[in-house]
Design a protein around this ligand. Structure first.
Ligand SMILES: *Cc1c(COP(=O)(O)O)cnc(C)c1O
Length: 454
């Protein structure tokens, strides 16, 4: 009998986070201020504690994980690595399929890996309140949980369309003590400005970020926390890939291809970067790293590589990234997550330089893949995770055609227990595929902030 679950001991939780910048062939881009000049770390001080700002700009290869953070990680880490025997059989593929399951965290996704670390450093810096945004609700839950663990108040601006569609994610945040508001709100200038233009605005991540930043910047006791995109967030997620490396070593295998859903890039970076380190060092297989995004929000595959804001109003520094334009408002027909207009600078640069790959997949096919997976493997995946599953199944079917015994590995970033309304819509045939229109992509180009060409 070959193994199904590959488990690690608690003592094997990584002691350090891995910083991919240390293996970059070219230096990472620097964020720019409103004048188009590079900003120093101090520009971020109204929003983040110094320890996180240092991580944001660090080129150190390894950054030690504080003992208190590792102790909390022990609640759900190390997460299991599974071999998907039953899925392989259902597909009739000679490929081996493995997945790392991050749905074992209390919030149900990978996001607490960084939420706990961020709450820890804010607590150390004497911060008593954190503001944040949430789309589908996973990040808001994770930060609410982490805030509870460190005695920090959490205020969440939840994208209005999700607030209405996902009431139980809201009650989960409230259970963990957070205040939750449907964004755009009347509480901030940013929210009021959006509402003045469109009182029926469904909201967007970019708008909710503007609101959360505005509030954090205006108060000394309050900081802001972001659930993805930033370098320090991707750094914290590298516990996933490091554990997976140990798990693969135990069974004497290693992936040929790694897949992860990609919204802001944090679970992709978390699982892929430690493997990139080996690749950069010329060790082991030349593993292919594939970010999977929705074709309704095709940031990497069809976006512009340009300096753009991280929020809708233009309050953040300008960051060099793939973007659909900071004023992107996703169609509210699209039920899944992964609806951010931009992407991590690190992931964007790696894509630009050909170090990683990306594919976009349409919505209905992702649910179809998720249901196939669930009927074989039992776990009911988050709609975001279904994107990676789609890409893995497609590859496994190609392996069937070519009789290749590749080892495929994906990050099952979370469970979908709070996403059953989306599954209901899929079963009722109410989901639609939405190809992001080319005119919109061209329009975004005109609204990009004007800085020196890159
Ligand atoms: C937030 C989330 C994602 C996508 O976000 P990234 O920043 O790209 O990691 C993927 N899967 C789940 C379950 C999520 O909650």
């Amino acid at each position: 009998m070959t193994q199904t679950k590959i488990l690690l001991d608690e003592s094997e939780i990584p002691t350090h986070w891995y910083n991919v910048v240390s293996d970059f062939p070219n230096p990472p881009s620097s964020p720019l201020g409103p004048d188009g000049q590079p900003i120093g770390p101090e520009a971020l001080a109204p929003l983040f504690p110094m320890a996180l700002i240092e991580q944001e700009v660090s080129a150190e290869r390894w950054i030690e994980i504080p003992e208190e953070v590792r102790e909390i990680y022990q609640m759900w880490r190390p997460s299991p690595l599974f071999r998907a025997h039953r899925l392989e059989k259902a597909l009739g593929t000679p490929a081996k399929i493995y997945y790392k399951y991050e749905g074992v965290s209390p919030a149900g996704s990978h996001k607490p890996n960084t939420a706990v670390a961020q709450a820890y450093y804010n607590k150390q810096a004497g911060i008593t309140k954190l503001t944040t945004e949430t789309g589908a609700g996973q990040w808001g839950c994770s930060l609410a949980l982490a805030g509870q663990m460190f005695g920090i108040d959490v205020r969440v601006f939840m994208v209005k369309v999700s607030y209405d569609q996902k009431p139980f994610r809201r009650s989960m945040m409230q259970t963990w003590g957070a205040d939750v508001f449907a964004s755009p709100t009347n509480l901030t200038n940013a929210g009021r400005q959006i509402l003045a233009e469109d009182p029926e605005s469904p909201g967007s991540l970019g708008i909710a970020i503007s609101e959360a930043i505005e509030e954090a910047a205006s108060r000394d006791d309050t900081n802001y926390a972001l659930g993805s995109v930033l370098n320090h967030v991707l750094l914290h997620q590298t516990v996933i890939g490091q554990e997976a490396q140990k798990q693969f070593a135990k069974i004497g295998d290693s992936p040929d291809m790694i897949f992860a859903p990609c919204g802001g890039g944090s679970n992709f970076g978390g699982v892929a970067f430690p493997f990139f380190a080996d690749k950069a060092a010329g060790k082991g297989k030349d593993v292919r790293l594939v970010a999977v995004e929705p074709s309704s929000c095709p940031t990497l595959t069809r976006g512009h590589y340009a300096y753009d804001f991280g929020d809708s109003i233009g309050m953040t520094p300008l960051m060099l990234q793939y973007t659909l334009g900071h004023d992107f408002v996703p169609p509210s027909i699209h039920a899944g997550g992964l609806r951010y207009h931009g992407d991590s600078c690190l992931v964007s640069q790696m894509y630009k330089e050909g170090l990683i790959e990306a594919v976009a997949v349409p919505q209905i096919a992702t649910f179809e893949a998720g249901v196939t997976f669930s009927r074989s493997e039992g776990i009911l995946p988050a709609p975001e995770s279904n994107h990676a599953i789609r890409a893995v199944i497609d590859e496994a079917l190609r392996c069937k055609e070519s009789a290749e015994e590749k080892t495929l590995f994906f990050n099952l970033s979370g469970h979908g227990h709070f996403d059953m309304a989306s599954y209901d819509k899929y079963f009722a045939g109410e989901l639609v595929d939405y190809e992001y229109p080319q005119e919109e992509i061209e329009r975004a180009l005109h609204n990009l902030p004007k800085v020196a060409a890159c």
